[in-house]
Ligand binder design. Structure first.
Ligand SMILES: *Cc1c(COP(=O)(O)O)cnc(C)c1O
Length: 434
């Protein structure tokens, strides 16, 4: 049988109805623990040697597992782990890669909380980030890699500038140096872009956003492409023996790399970080994620098409100075947009008003359909002023890299009628300059 395509996998992958009373929609196993049956079965379940069994929901839960398997299937990945937030996914991924210390490379225009974490918090764990001016500048990247550099981190499409990372080129630099490329693909979702197909090793998501698409769950994902060699000498945590995975099959060399092979990274995320640091996703939250995922293609197609209409409307509005949207044909990065994003770069972008903070405030006070709040990837259209709200964590010296001015507004396009959204912005902009 040939492998199913994306739209079939997002509905069916990772779920066998025959094992769940033929329930069509995924059952919610709102259980902490699962009875072990008889004593011999209990020992096997606890040892992890009986497949498709469960004991305690911090380690595995059937509803959450369908979500993980489905995400892995649509990402062409060897595995995925769902966690309680996007920040947990990022933190676990960085710690699993740089455990014990080392250097990370990242651009300056990453998500505010990631930037704050890398800049001010991870150094306390002996993890130091070298911020580059241009993540697509291969020479700058090569110059920045030091002997103890252990990963490159980037966002496929940055927020709110929509700057695109040249994932294939960055992956090549990383792999030459024997280090992985980690991509935060939140803004694109797996529907618009799959970084693993272009050489990324680990992909992280805030599935709070477009994957869920309805603004009702905080959640995150770590997705493992399974191509990186974690036993190349730079990552001792994967090569040292780990007593919890010792077995009759692996009595001598029971390291993650040896026991799990291509799944070493994702299994270590699950068995060390999820099990011991504990940011699990709740089964009901996983159920809502699965419902959202079922309509991801239709939602994103409509949001992208409405977003383009709105960007074009803004471009010709006399009160708008700049529109930052790499999906527009006159954007400087349109060649990258065409290469990586044939279905569009996403539904979030930003623009500068030709005015001041006062005009921004009046605009925000005048919108009637757009909701003024700090989120993206919702079925409702959202607006926010990043410098005053979502990007407060970005220190002054890093704001220019991301066009973060006082007049900047970010839009996240939802599923309303595009004419109504344009009319709403039109009247709000007019009020702002009355
Ligand atoms: C929202 C977001 C995060 C953090 O996700 P949470 O689910 O809020 O923890 C990380 N990266 C990007 C790009 C985001 O948009």
């Amino acid at each position: 049988m040939t492998e199913n395509k994306f739209d079939t996998k997002r509905i069916h992958a990772g779920y066998d109805p025959a094992k769940h009373n033929y329930a069509s929609s995924i059952p919610i196993y709102q259980n902490v623990a699962f009875a072990l049956g008889d004593a011999r079965r209990g020992e096997a379940v606890a040892a992890g040697t009986l497949p498709d069994t469960y004991s305690y929901s911090r380690v595995a839960n059937p509803t959450v597992e369908v979500f993980e398997k489905r995400i892995a299937a649509i990402s062409n990945a060897v595995g995925a782990v769902a966690v309680g937030s996007g920040m947990a996914a990022i933190t676990y991924t960085i710690l699993n890669t740089l455990e014990g210390g080392g250097r990370l490379i990242a651009p300056k225009d990453i998500y505010g909380a990631s930037l704050d974490e890398f800049e001010t918090f991870l150094p306390k764990y002996n993890i130091h980030t070298d911020f580059v001016d241009d993540i697509n500048d291969v020479d700058e990247l090569k110059r920045t890699i030091k002997p103890d550099t252990k990963a490159i981190f980037a966002e496929s499409v940055a927020n709110p500038s929509t700057a695109i990372s040249d994932v294939e080129a960055i992956a090549e630099v990383a792999h030459e140096a024997g280090i992985p490329l980690i991509i935060d693909n939140t803004f694109c979702t797996p529907y618009l872009f799959n970084p693993i197909d272009f050489g990324a090793d680990i992909v992280v998501y805030s599935s709070t956003k477009g994957i869920n698409g309805h603004g009702n769950v905080v959640s995150g994902l770590v997705v493992d492409g399974g191509h990186f060699d974690w036993s190349n000498g730079k990552f001792p945590q994967f090569e040292e023996n780990e007593f919890t995975i010792k077995s009759e099959q692996f009595p001598e060399n029971y390291s993650f790399a040896n026991v799990f092979g291509v799944e070493a990274f994702i299994q270590r995320i699950r068995l060390k970080y999820l099990r011991l640091f504990g940011a699990v996703l709740d089964p009901f939250a996983a159920y809502l994620e699965l419902i959202g995922l079922e309509t991801i293609s239709e939602r994103l197609d409509k949001e992208v098409s409405t977003g383009l209409k709105i960007a074009k409307f803004l471009k010709q509005n006399p009160h708008v100075k700049n529109v930052y949207y790499s999906g527009l044909p006159d954007s400087a990065q349109y060649n990258l947009a065409e290469k990586y994003f044939p279905k569009g770069i996403g539904s979030t972008f930003s623009f500068d008003l030709d005015g001041d903070l006062d005009n921004v405030r009046k605009l925000l006070d005048s919108v009637k359909v757009f909701l003024y709040l700090p989120n993206v990837g919702d079925s409702r259209s959202l607006i926010v002023n990043p410098v005053q709200v979502t990007h407060r964590e970005v220190q002054e010296d890093k704001r220019a890299a991301n066009h973060l001015t006082n007049q900047l507004l970010r839009l996240s396009i939802g599923l309303e009628d595009s004419d109504d959204l344009i009319a709403d912005l039109d009247q709000a902009i007019n009020h702002a300059f009355e």
